[in-house]
Ligand binder design. Sequence first.
Ligand SMILES: Cc1cc2nc3c(=O)[nH]c(=O)nc-3n(C[C@H](O)[C@H](O)[C@H](O)COP(=O)(O)OP(=O)(O)OC[C@H]3O[C@@H](n4cnc5c(N)ncnc54)[C@H](O)[C@@H]3O)c2cc1C
Ligand SMILES: NC(=O)c1ccc[n+]([C@@H]2O[C@H](COP(=O)([O-])OP(=O)(O)OC[C@H]3O[C@@H](n4cnc5c(N)ncnc54)[C@H](OP(=O)(O)O)[C@@H]3O)[C@@H](O)[C@H]2O)c1
Length: 363
Amino acid sequence: MAAAVTAAVSFPSSPKSTSLSSRTTLIAPERITLKKVPVYYRDASASGRVVSIRAQVTTEAPAKVQKVSKKDDEGVVVNKFKPKNPYTGRCLLNTKITGDDAPGETWHMVFSTEGEVPYREGQSIGVIPDGIDKNGKPHKLRLYSIASSAIGDFGDSKTVSLCVKRLVYTNEQGDIVKGVCSNFLCDLKPGAEVQITGPVGKEMLMPKDPNATIIMLGTGTGIAPFRSFLWKMFFEKHDDYKFNGLAWLFLGVPTSSSLLYKEEFEKMKEKAPDNFRLDFAVSREQTNDKGEKMYIQTRMAEYAEELWELLKKDNTYVYMCGLKGMEKGIDEIMVSLAAKDGIDWLEYKRSLKKAEQWNVEVY
Ligand SMILES: Cc1cc2nc3c(=O)[nH]c(=O)nc-3n(C[C@H](O)[C@H](O)[C@H](O)COP(=O)(O)OP(=O)(O)OC[C@H]3O[C@@H](n4cnc5c(N)ncnc54)[C@H](O)[C@@H]3O)c2cc1C
Ligand SMILES: NC(=O)c1ccc[n+]([C@@H]2O[C@H](COP(=O)([O-])OP(=O)(O)OC[C@H]3O[C@@H](n4cnc5c(N)ncnc54)[C@H](OP(=O)(O)O)[C@@H]3O)[C@@H](O)[C@H]2O)c1
């Protein structure tokens, strides 16, 4: 597998300086060395054929055709490594990708797998943090969406990457509490071991159709599966997959200094302007014209008619990942759109789900 990339991790757009680690620019098609671990980046020069997308306009809810289920794909591995017998990987790279002034820290990390944890875009892995819980038992695993494409950030199918938010909150007693696994992960140094389970999950697998319209709705670290999709679509060359459809990403974050992988996505847009649309919703800095907070659904509402027309197509697939609350907000805009055509949104959503066109992993 060719091993050269132009963009592995992008950094916050905030003009304010970020930590030294997050300033380590990884946009380099050359080999770098990290603690004896040679790191290669892949070539991002795959070109995408330009296709114009036309939504079929209809005033009736089209009957959904049952397609070949992505869940029946024989090549998808699940639960190869279980909690009693986890895979021991090693941290190769761990870097903060939010600015110092962002509310909270998010880190991008790469673990070695030596090809032993074969995963697909859209799957998750479990991590068992080191140490014991308050009852003296080993900690339970936590799930994390995989943020790299199946061939990994170094293009050799020997790594897996995560995008992890450090959980820190104040409890009712006023004490500062640090989440066990997220803090373990964000503090991992290159060379450290990490216990991995999985891979798991089939809900967020990509559609097979390379001409599909794929609408990706992510809040915060919910961006992880979409980074994996988009790398496959725009930064890689595959003999059996060449994306010629439309990918439309909506990403919601609190501040511009917490925009995740922004430079990578902008590079993709430069490469494939007709195949990739990119919209950010920066909740604490932007508002709509009514002065309302710019949540992901607020941004989507600006394109309401267009999105609704796309949703009538048989090869439009929606994926949602991140905060649980986002699903309700998105339903609210869809209800009124569907109603204009006399369609009951919740019923229509059920048919989309059945046809695997509405895929949700929120937490
Ligand atoms: C399928 C799936 C994929 C996921 N993918 C990702 C991902 O890609 N990136 C990512 O960062 N996370 C992801 N998560 C979340 C992740 O699994 C962990 O839940 C998260 O990292 C917190 O774990 P922790 O061990 O740090 O916190 P824990 O030590 O487990 O503490 C979490 C607990 O703290 C309490 N708590 C949390 N916040 C507050 C608060 N504000 N006030 C009071 N109590 C609170 C709650 O009881 C909560 O259950 C995913 C979850 C799922 C289910
Ligand atoms: N597969 C999964 O299930 C999966 C994968 C990855 C992450 N996650 C989870 O997803 C969450 C992401 O958290 P994060 O801390 O990374 O995100 P974050 O940085 O806090 O960003 C979340 C963004 O969503 C906004 N938001 C808050 N409530 C919303 C609502 N009801 N509707 C729409 N947008 C809303 C926030 O706005 P304000 O803060 O300004 O209100 C903020 O702009 C975490 O709980 C994580 O565990 C789940």
